[in-house]
Every structure is written in C-alpha cells, then in structure tokens.
Design a protein around this ligand. Structure first.
Ligand SMILES: [Zn+2]
Ligand SMILES: [Zn+2]
Length: 596
C-alpha cells in the first residue's frame, strides 16, 4: 500500500454528474494515505468525504490541503479503480455513485477487529471428473482457467450439470492458484448452485449475500485481507476485493435481478466482463437460454455435445386451456410442475348489474378474482364497476387458482398451488405443483415426470422490448425441471413462433436470429447502449445534435424525457456531453439501460 503525498486527485463524495470530475488537493505525507484512501477535504467551504485517486502533475494555482485520513482501510486498488472508471463511462454515472455501489458502507468499529488473516484452509479436495469436460469447447474453457489466461465464455449447462459447471470452473481456477467469484441472482432462498460451490470449497469460500450491514462490511474486510479464495454472492459480489482473480462466473445471467435498479443501473453480466478483461480473468456467463446481450459480443459457447433436455411437445390449448394430451399426461404423472404465468382464478368480463364491460371504478383497470375477492390489477382497489358501482361480475376463468382446481379433478396425486408469498420450491414426490415465475428458482435439478407450460401465447404478447426473451428464458428454466426422459408439454396456438421453436429444438440461437432484427426495427439494436435522459426544454435539440441511432422524446409535467440509443463506441463522447449539459442545468438525470 503505497503512501502518496503532494498534489493528488480525489473523487468528491457528491454523486452529481455536474461534479463528476477529479479535484486536486495537497496530500500531507504524514496522513499515510494512498490510492483508495477515504479522506476528508474542504469542498465549497464544507468538510466533505473523498477518495484518493492518485498523484498528479497537473497542479492548479490554488490548492487546498487534505484535512484528514478517515480510515486506514483502502476502498479500492488501481485495477478496481479502472473498473469503476469504465463503469462511470459506460453508464454515464458519477464516479462517486459507482464507488458508493461497489464498496459497502463503512462501519468503523469493524475495522479494528480484523487481525491478520488466518492461514488458508486445507489443501484442495480433488474434484471428480466433470461432465463439462465432454461438452463442446468444455476442455477449452477448463484449459483457459487452469492456465489463467482469460477469455469470455458462455456456458449452457445441461439441467443436471448446472451447479457442477460452476463448481468445476471454480475448482480449475483454484488449481491454478487464482481466486474466483460466483454471482447468483438472489439470496433467498440460496440458489442450489451457490450452496454447491460453498460446500465444495469449505473454508476457502464465503457467501457474500444478504445479512446486515455490519456482517457485510466485516466480510468485505476479510475478503480484502485475503481470507478467502472464493466469493459467492449477489450483484455486489462482482466488486469483491479479491486479489489474483482468475474467474468471474455469472449464474443465470439473464435473470432480471442481475440488473441494479438504482444508478448506475449496471448489469452484472457486463460488469463481470469488464472486470475480467481489466484483470485478465475468465468470464463465464451461464444460462439454459443465453440472452441476446450475452451472445452479442465475442465469446466461446460451451454446451453439451448431445441434447440433454426432455423432448418438448407442442399442443393447441383446447377449451379453457386444457388440451386432451395435457389431461392424459396429468392423469399418470406422479411428480409434475404446471407453469401458469397468470395469477388468480379469473378476470371480470362484464358487470352483472348493468351489463357493461367490467373495469375498475377508480382507474378503469382490469379486475381480477384472486383468493376469493375481486380487485383491480392496476391500483388494487376492491372491484367496483366503473359504470354503476356494483360488485358482481361475470368471470372468465383463467389463472393459477383455476388450474389448481381443474388439475385436482384429473391428477392421481395431490395438487398444490405455490403462491407469490410462498417460498419457491420444486414439487415433492407424488405432487403436482401449479405456479408462476416466482416458483422457478434454482432448486437443483428435480427431475420431474412432466412439466406443462400454459398460456404461452399470452406470455409472448406482453409489452416490452425484451419481454419475449424473458418469457423464453423462463420456459427453459421450467423445462429444465423435467428429467431428460420425462415430458415437456407447451400449449400454444402459435407453434411456429420462433420462441416456441427454440424451446422445441433446444436451440435458443434460433430465437435470437429472429429476435435481433425485431429489436433493431424497434430502434434498440442488441448491443447498443440505451439511456433515458431527463431535462429541460432544450434537451431534445441538444440530443438530436448528437445524431443518435434512436431518439424518442416526450414531455411529462414540464420535464423533457428522451430515450436515446447509440453505438457503443460513441458512449464516451455522449457521456462528456451529458456532464457538460448537467453542469449547464439542461440535463437533470441520466439512467442507463432503462426498462423498455
Ligand atoms: Zn384500479
Ligand atoms: Zn355495472
């Protein structure tokens, strides 16, 4: 940890685009501060927190002094700073915001209790041979890890190999004397893959997910002190301060939770690649159905040489979404999952008092019957007719509650419904489980007789630029619950839809080839960064001058909101312009990768 003195640049802890530039201060040597130190500086007359970014020769005429060192702990090293700068540029976010996301909040009392790290755990257990070795380009991935030579890989594991793929990659990395990060989309329940990695590497591994602030900061300090060789965690784990990093592995890379909803609204799959490139590590994006974004950039695809999936049968839905083939399959299934994306028992069609089409009296939204009561799906108000105020409706029966009801009359084993508030789980032995997307977590590979996917068509019609892709990812995750000699039945009126065809063939690339032109046509080509910019009346004109690929504007309550898509190579110039416009008061907010 080098100590700096004299003129240094700092990042002021004021997360504003208009202030997003380095400021120069004089750093007294006796403070013992260096790159990544948290210090206190006078800024616009106030004592303000700042991070030391490094020495500088570019000295202004008047230079204030750094007042004090706030903590002996360094928040980042040179390579982490390179990552934060790359993120600040890519997401047009203040560097202070990025650092604030990447480094957990300090808890001073924890800093004194970290002693010297205990010796590293037992020598590695020998891991058995892995099915990944027989995958197409599996040996190439393992060789890259063992040789510590970096590279970008996309892994499409067989359902039974999902956890093993992660364990094998981490094992190969550790064998090379390097460290590894495994990122999972959620903490509760802990995904089976996360559990498998921690079990395999014992004391060398740590979970960095959930927990209170104190525990998180202590774990972060321990990681920085070199206590662990494997970090398993949610999004923030991508920043884990591990030295000698050899692997960043993103599990279920298409999961929506891998995107941070707050600024800098990064996607962990992109940050994993950025960091891996900066430190020369391997990045692995793993998914049953890799996203268009994951496959848009150069990568090596690693997948089984033979199809490991259950055959997928496509049938027409039949009355009330019950095809005869599905009914027959449910009669004999002993362990099955019925994926019904719609909640509740049905939707209100007409008002029984006045005969008008049913709509919410408060907001004209759709009314749904769920758990015995009718409510608006938009504003959640109790169901009252918009025309006459009555509360009695004709209901069109559809949704998970209705499916549970009819499945009971068909199945030979008990049927249950998994609700939104129930912990996600797979069906137990002798059970048919009905549920939506909330149920579909990584619970290991349950190996079911039957997986049925209902309402496929309604799912594919959802609005949103990437809605179809999300649906397909969900279907693949559902289908992965079937054992390889089990059955998957999809009910659809559109058997030739590219998404349905991708599922049937087990080839997501078919879908991607059809979907990429659709995205380009909509103005948001895959791989082109998108920003939502909020500002004043001049914003539209200023952005048009930058000649982006796509520019959509709207006015909301006096503010102008613009959606901008532009070529990746032009983002740095765009960011510089946004910072200038922020300083001029024309831009008030920039959000990267908004939901479209
Ligand atoms: Zn309503
Ligand atoms: Zn009415």
């Amino acid at each position: 940890m080098g100590v700096l003195s004299g003129p240094v640049t700092v990042c002021i802890d004021r997360p504003l685009l208009a202030l997003d530039r380095p400021f120069t201060y004089d750093l007294p040597e006796e403070l013992g501060a260096g790159l990544g130190s948290v210090v206190q500086v006078p800024f616009h007359g106030r004592a303000t927190r700042a991070w030391v970014l490094g020495g500088t020769d570019d000295v202004p005429e008047r230079m204030l002094r750094v007042r004090k060192l706030v903590s002996a702990v360094r928040s980042f090293d040179e390579r982490s700073l390179a990552l934060f700068r790359a993120m600040s540029e890519r997401y047009v976010a203040p560097l202070a915001t990025v650092i604030g996301r990447a480094v957990p909040p300090r808890i001073a009392s924890e800093e004194t209790s970290i002693g010297t790290p205990p010796p590293r755990g037992s020598p590695l257990r020998a891991l058995g041979t892995s099915p990944i070795e027989a995958y197409r380009d599996g040996p190439r991935l393992l060789e890259a890890l063992r040789a510590g030579q970096g590279g970008a890989f996309v892994v499409r594991p067989a359902p039974t190999d999902e956890a093993d793929a992660a364990v094998t990659c981490v094992g190969a990395t550790l064998a090379a004397g390097l460290t590894a990060i495994v990122i999972v989309p959620d903490a509760d329940p802990v995904p089976a893959t996360a559990g498998a990695v921690v079990d395999a590497f014992g004391d060398d591994a740590v979970m960095f997910l959930g927990g209170d602030k104190r525990v998180r900061y202590r774990t972060w300090l321990e990681i920085a002190a070199g206590r662990y060789r494997v970090v398993v965690g949610t999004r923030p784990a991508v920043f884990a301060p591990l030295a000698e990093l050899g692997l960043i592995y993103v599990h279920r890379e298409g999961h929506p939770q891998h995107r941070d909803e707050r600024s800098p609204s990064y996607h962990v799959r992109d940050v994993a690649r950025m960091r891996a490139e900066i430190v020369g590590a391997v990045s692995v994006l793993s998914a049953f159905c890799p996203s268009l974004e994951a496959t848009a950039r150069d990568h090596v695809l690693v997948e089984p040489a033979v199809r490991p999936w259950a055959p997928v049968e496509v049938v027409r839905p039949g009355p009330e979404g019950r095809s005869p083939r599905l009914i027959r399959a449910l009669r004999t299934a002993t362990r099955a999952f019925v994926f019904e994306p719609l909640r509740g028992y049905g939707v209100a069609r007409i008002c029984r008092s006045c005969g008008e089409p049913a709509a919410c009296a408060s907001c004209l939204g759709m009314l749904r019957l769920e758990r015995g009561s009718v409510r608006c799906v938009v504003c959640e108000a109790p169901g009252r007719c918009a025309s006459c105020g009555a509360t009695d409706f004709g209901i069109a029966r559809r949704g998970a509650e209705r499916v549970e009801e009819w499945a009971r009359g068909v199945a030979a084993v008990p049927v249950s419904l998994i609700g939104r508030d129930d912990p996600p789980r797979a069906p137990i032995e002798r059970e048919v489980l009905v549920g939506g997307v909330e149920a579909l977590k990584d619970v290991g590979s349950p190996g079911l007789d039957l997986v049925a996917i209902l309402h496929a068509d309604a799912s594919l019609r959802r609005p949103g630029v990437d809605a179809r892709e999300r649906v397909l990812v969900t279907w693949f995750e559902a289908a992965a619950w079937a054992r390889s000699d089990g059955r998957v039945i999809v009910q659809t009126d559109a058997p030739n839809d590219p998404a349905v065809q991708a599922l049937v063939s087990g080839r997501p690339d078919r879908f991607r080839r059809a979907e990429a032109p659709r995205r380009a046509e909509a103005g948001f080509p895959v791989g082109s960064p998108v920003f939502r910019v909020t500002g004043g009346a001049e914003l539209d004109r200023e952005l048009a001058a930058l000649e982006p690929e796509t520019l959509l504007s709207s006015s909301v309550g006096g503010a102008t909101i613009c959606l901008v898509a532009l070529d990746a190579a032009r983002v740095p110039g765009f960011g510089a312009e946004m910072r200038r416009l922020a300083a001029a008061g024309i831009v008030t907010r920039v959000e990267a990768e908004p939901h479209l």
